[in-house]
Design a protein around this ligand. Structure first.
Ligand code: FAD
Ligand code: FES
Length: 1211
């Protein structure tokens, strides 16, 4: 929202509705106490969405809530929707039906009379608006806000090229992301004529300036007040409007703006055009009315609007008797995602007959502009509405929609297929109308340990008081760092010309590798990686140098002006296949084997060979990489405030880069707004560059990446190509498997070799395969370096194995869970393929419990029956187990330390080496301290993680944070408790405060360190044996999906997860982790698709192109059960690590989709295993169904496409 546009508006921020010091707003309180917040970075947004809804509608329905939150993405806060439900219905989330996670009696009631009022002075201002034009002058722009239509017309005549900024959702993006500069901006938000609404007998006239939310309300009123036969277009428009952006976008984006922007995939233009709408336009010459039809849209974001012309209003006529209007869209996600293909369709029948009198079909997303399928419409006109006409329409349509091979946006076959299937949907709808049938759419204590204690920062998250790295106030002389990255995937740097950048306003300096005073490289796993590249770039996005400037804006402009000259180098490698061909690997390659696979293959009754591609994944932490480095040259000291999971790594790297000892560098982390593995090595490299800038300029330097930069530079989860050969018997018993993993590690080694090792160690998942061989290799390619990501290779490794099992089941024609359970699951005292002994009893219990809780036995036949009854919708159900080794696999990484101070007033300050990044680590640690010192939680505080307080920390990762740090803190508390014992004995009736006062008088130290050594672990790759973990976390998930075979869209109908996490320290936090991880896994396997250009440049650089799950993707029924009675002697209070394991269970949705696709394929006569990559996006799912729409397009075009690679999907 441009600041000038806020003139006269009252802005309410999350800080304004309540805070922890005075009074919390009930929304803030509920989100906090009902466990709706994890790292808290998105929480203020969630709070304000809910607050806005309640201000407008104090008693919202569930639908209203889902719609209001629909635009909010979920990184790990699934619980928020449950929290918000408490505003309508009070719910209790139960763990095994026993523990209440929160109590409604503890929550403040909502009292609208206590809400802020709109400032009276602004009301007065609005009632007597200033009669003058407002002008705001910036460095490069002038903002003009006229008051009358005449003035507006004059301005548009004077500055025809100036944009008319209304909601700014289009213009703003161009300015921000494409660097478009508009010297003049006209903002007519005060011109009344643009906001009028007039309902006439022949239709409704809506001012072009009305927001899409206003349009929604107007149309809803029309639908309620008019007979149904007149509201066909209104209802269709409403259907589309519900999915345009999120509520926040719809509140500002305008109808006129959408029409004038002429997006090729606008949701509104096709239906407005099909619905016979027209526009009233105005110039200085006067007004004219034009139909909004095929002639209006003339090219990519071009219409017949003249530059000096304004859209005054849009007229939407009522529908006539015998007219049916519908709109459909398909998008990668239901809300807040631009559509892949969208349509508006209208048919008008002759009175009392099924003969078409007039037809109009428009599509979006199939070309440079809104497209009219005119020939198809003509073909249908005059014909009866039946299958013969439908086939005739297909015949024409398939030729008429001509998406070129290299059409922008790719997905050519899929989009063409969608044009047919959406037409078919319209056909069915109209048929039902004609038959006068109802449309039946089946969419459809004390001791806090073990208690659901809310996240310790929940309230400050909810009120916006929580401080993240970039919230640290700006310092005197502070400057900003902007990075310059490679635009080439593989090239020699010939010259870096910094002169133009240095001359730009506000620029202080440019930092190159030559400025590094110490080591120019970092080595995370024994292989050097350059901090700033000097000679040869090896991927697009590699950091070459950085501009230091007084503001972010100046830094960005100068970074764009800096010129790097390259000489292209040959042999660019992007895929694992290319890497294998050129033997481009990082050493060592690993093999893990047990038994004799060759012999076993000879004995097997069946042998099957298959493969699966597992796509990469972007971390999409809400807080992007952020740091502030403050130098103090006198003592050669630097303070680094940053968002990292591994402060010691950053500390050592900065010290080495600056050439100073580590004792001069202190790293401070208050909290991290999500990390998921992406803030270990990558954060350290960025800290090094920022530190060099601070060192050279002797000024505090801040570096905060923008989303697009972050996605481009920092890499993500390793994409994997998994190939397998499996030998099995008629009963489903697998006796041999030979698995190869080709891992795309990218341009630097990072932690890839460790990932490769973990993939092999976890290869068996929950299955006892007597003859098993795994081979894994990290491929060196010219893509941005892959790095650690929640699960550290396990989600990729295991999905390959599960796919293999699924193929076995399909080959034998048996339900997959039967092959998993009866024939192959570990049972009784067992040994892994690296000879580690373990007891899988709890794995078995989870399996049995999940089967029971999910009612799999009843639902599998119900799914089959559903599939028999439905041709275009199919359901699938799948149950998947996991056995996950918790910890790092190396003894030295298991250690942790802590420091606990008791102050004279009895309050306790705890420091430990773990990072709070939303997973509730600090809360659990406080619960440990509370139990051990026997004091209330309110006395215990954790301020930050700092390398000066606790040195030599290990990364907070591997689901091991509480195991390690909890034990270190426990140790320190034990020491303190023992020291206080004599005081307590002397005064048994004393209080904690009195004992502390006495202890101080008696000179007893009230400060103690704690240490946890961890268990001995080993893995001998030579001997092929070891014990890399002390224990496993087990879980099983059963998911059911419903797939729309026409579009590939799916919905998770239900998910039931049973987890063995020992004795949970905090069930509310653990359930939050479980649900969040499941959603992240669902994203990995079914939604999040990274796309690269053929020259290796990441295309998906923001939420617009890269879809992570949102509120609308949460399973309709989502149950989590914690296995009762489980014990774990290897971790604190018998708990188990839970951060990572459940990500893999998102694959149950993928396998349920495979089952649904199998049902669709059966209908077209296909059987047996079939390939499906992850993520199984609607595009891949739809094409895998192989409906006759896919076949029609394929037959016609596949020959043309097969040799052309338009978009290279990262492995
Ligand atoms: C996150 C996000 C998600 C979105 N999702 C969708 C979606 O799912 N489906 C969809 O269809 N759209 C979507 N959009 C696009 C959005 O609907 C349009 O950007 C919006 O309607 C444009 O209106 P605006 O008022 O913000 O336009 P502005 O950005 O203010 O202006 C856009 C253009 O229109 C011109 N203009 C505006 N008003 C007039 C007028 N009265 N006369 C002449 N010219 C005028 C301006 O000169 C400018 O060139 C999305 C946008 C965002 C940012
Ligand atoms: S709590 Fe929402 S991003 Fe972490």
């Amino acid at each position: 929202m441009p600041i000038c546009q806020l003139h006269g508006a009252a802005v309410t921020t999350v800080e304004g509705i309540g805070n922890t010091k005075t009074r919390l707003h009930p929304v803030q309180e509920r989100i906090a106490k009902a466990h709706g917040s994890q790292c808290g970075f998105c929480t203020p947004g969630m709070v304000m969405s809910m607050y806005t809804l309640l201000r407008n509608k104090p008693k919202p329905s569930m639908e209203d809530i889902t719609e209001a939150l629909g635009g909010n993405m979920l990184t790990h806060t699934h619980s928020v929707i449950h929290t918000c439900k408490t505003h309508t219905i009070y719910i209790y989330v139960c763990v095994c039906g026993k523990v209440e996670l929160f109590r409604k009696e503890d929550l403040l009631p909502l009292d609208p009379t206590q809400d802020l009022i709109f400032p009276p002075e602004l009301i007065r201002m609005a009632e007597s608006p200033e009669q003058t034009t407002q002008k705001f002058h910036g460095e490069r722009m002038t903002w003009i806000s006229p008051i009358t239509l005449d003035e507006l017309v004059q301005l548009k005549t004077q500055y025809p090229q100036a944009p008319v900024v209304m909601g700014n959702t289009n213009v703003g993006l161009d300015i921000k992301f494409k660097g478009v500069l508009h010297p003049i901006i006209i903002s007519p938000t005060r011109v009344r004529e643009l906001f009028g609404v007039e309902q006439r007998p022949e239709g409704v006239c809506i001012g072009a300036g009305c927001s899409l939310s206003t349009v929604q309300s107007v149309l809803e009123r029309c639908v309620c007040s008019l007979p149904a036969e007149h509201t066909q277009t209104y209802a269709a428009l409403l259907g589309q409007l519900r999915h345009v952006g999120g509520q926040q976008i719809r509140n500002v984006a305008t109808l006129g703006g959408n029409v004038a922007s002429a997006y090729p995939n606008s949701d509104l233009n096709p239906i407005l055009a099909a619905g016979r709408c027209s526009l009233l336009l105005q110039t200085k010459e006067g007004k004219r009315r034009v139909p909004l039809d095929k002639d209006f849209f003339v090219g990519f974001r071009k219409t017949t609007l003249r530059p000096d012309e304004l859209v005054l209003s849009v007229f939407i006529p009522i529908s006539r008797k015998g007219e049916v209007v519908r709109a459909f869209r398909h998008a990668p996600r239901k809300t807040n995602a631009l559509p892949t293909v969208t349509t508006g369709m209208r048919v008008w029948f002759h009175d009392g007959s099924d003969v078409v009198r007039e037809m109009s079909v428009y599509y979006g997303g199939v070309g440079a502009c809104t497209f009219c399928a005119e020939r198809t419409s003509q073909q249908v006109t005059g014909r009866p509405w039946n299958e013969a006409t439908l086939n005739e329409a297909y015949r024409v349509l398939v030729d008429e929609v001509t998406l070129g091979v290299s059409a922008p946006g790719g997905q050519v076959v899929f989009r063409r297929s969608l044009t047919l299937s959406l037409f078919f949907r319209f056909y069915l709808h109209v048929l039902q109308y004609l038959k006068d049938m109802d449309a039946v759419e089946v969419r459809s204590a004390q001791d806090p340990v073990g208690q659901p204690v809310p996240h310790s920062s929940a309230l400050t998250h909810a009120t916006g008081e929580a401080v993240y790295c970039d919230d640290i106030p700006h310092m005197n002389r502070e400057v900003f760092l902007s990075l310059v990255t490679s635009t080439k995937a593989h090239a020699k740097i010939i010259h870096i010309d910094v002169s133009r950048a240095l001359d730009m306003p506000g620029v202080v300096d440019v930092i190159t590798a030559k400025d590094i005073p110490g080591q120019k490289f970092q080595s995370f796993t024994g292989i050097n990686e350059e901090v700033l590249v000097e000679e040869e770039v090896t991927c697009v996005g590699q950091i070459i140098c950085a501009v230091v400037a007084d503001t972010k804006q100046h830094g960005k402009l100068a970074a764009a002006a800096l010129k790097v000259t390259y000489e292209d180098l040959p042999d660019r490698i992007f895929t694992t296949e290319e890497a294998v061909e050129q033997c481009s690997f990082y050493a060592p390659q690993r093999t893990l084997q047990r038994g004799d696979i060759h012999m076993a293959f000879q004995e097997a009754e069946h042998i099957y060979e298959g493969e699966i591609r597992v796509g990469g994944q972007e971390h999409f932490y809400m807080e992007t990489q952020s740091m502030l480095v403050i130098p103090a040259r006198e003592q050669k000291e630097v303070k680094v405030y940053l968002s990292t999971q591994h402060p010691t790594c950053a500390q050592m790297s900065v010290a080495e880069t600056l050439g100073i000892p580590a004792n001069r560098v202190s790293c401070h982390v208050k909290r991290v707004g999500g990390a998921f593995g992406g803030k270990i090595t990558k954060a350290s490299i960025l800290a090094c560059i920022t530190a060099v800038a601070a060192w050279k300029t002797e000024r505090p330097v801040r570096c905060v990446l923008e989303r697009g930069e972050d996605m481009l530079i920092t890499g993500g989860r390793h994409p994997v190509l998994g190939k397998y050969k499996v030998g099995f018997m008629n009963d489903g018993k697998i006796i041999a498997a030979d698995v190869h993993y080709f891992v795309n590690a990218g341009n630097t080694p990072d932690e890839s070799v460790l990932v490769v090792e973990k993939m092999l160690v976890q290869l068996d998942n929950a299955y006892n395969i007597p003859n098993l061989r795994g081979q894994s290799v990290a491929c060196k390619t010219n893509l941005p370096s892959s790095t650690a990501f929640r699960g550290f290779g396990v989600p990729q490794s295991m999905v390959v194995i599960e796919n293999m099992i699924h193929d076995v089941a399909m080959t034998l024609g048996r339900p997959a869970e039967e092959v998993r359970d009866r024939m192959n699951l570990y049972k009784g005292l067992s040994r892994t393929h690296y000879k580690m002994e373990f007891d899988p009893e709890n794995l078995h219990c989870c399996w049995v419990e999940c089967k029971k809780r999910s009612e799999l036995g009843r639902r599998r036949p119900a799914v089959a029956e559903f599939n028999r009854r439905n041709r275009w919708k199919k359901r699938g159900i799948a149950m998947v187990p996991i056995k996950y080794g918790v910890g790092f696999g190396h003894s030295f990484l298991q250690q942790a330390a802590a420091l606990v101070h008791i102050y004279k007033d009895g309050s306790v300050l705890v420091s430990h080496g773990g990072i709070e990044m939303g997973q509730g680590l600090h809360t659990k640690v406080q619960q440990v301290v509370s139990r051990e010192l026997n004091i209330p939680l309110s006395l215990i505080h954790i301020s930050e993680t700092c390398t000066s307080a606790v040195p030599n920390t290990n990364p907070t990762a591997a689901s091991f944070g509480t195991d390690a740090n909890g034990m270190a803190v426990w140790d320190a508390c034990q020491t303190l408790y023992k020291r206080l014992e004599p005081v307590r004995k002397k005064d048994p009736s004393g209080t904690w405060k009195s004992w502390i006062a006495t202890a101080f008088q008696e000179r007893i130290s009230l400060s103690a360190t704690g240490f946890y050594r961890g268990h001995e672990l080993s893995m001998d790759w030579q001997k092929q044996e070891g014990r890399p973990y002390t224990y496993f976390t087990y879980a099983v998930c059963c998911s059911e999906v419903e797939l729309d075979c026409l579009t590939g869209e799916y919905r998770t109908v239900r998910a039931d997860i049973v987890v063995d996490i020992g004795k949970s320290i905090n069930p509310a936090i653990d359930i939050g982790q479980i649900k969040g991880a499941f959603m992240q896994g669902l994203g990995l396997y079914t939604m999040e698709e990274l796309k690269f250009s053929p020259s290796g440049s990441l295309h998906t650089r923001g939420p617009g192109q890269y879809k992570i799950p949102a509120v609308c993707d949460v399973p309709l029924q989502f149950n989590v059960y914690l296995l009762p009675g489980s014990q774990n002697p290897f971790a604190i209070y018998s708990s188990k690590g839970i951060g990572e394991p459940i990500v893999f269970l998102g694959s149950s949705v993928f396998f349920a989709m495979k089952e649904a696709i199998t049902a669709a394929r059966t209908d077209v006569g296909l059987s047996g295993p079939f390939p499906l990559r992850t993520p199984a996006t609607p595009e891949h799912a739809c094409l895998a169904c192989n409906t006759h729409f896919n076949q029609m397009v394929r037959h016609k075009f596949v020959l043309l496409y097969q040799d052309v690679k338009c978009v290279l999907v990262k492995d």
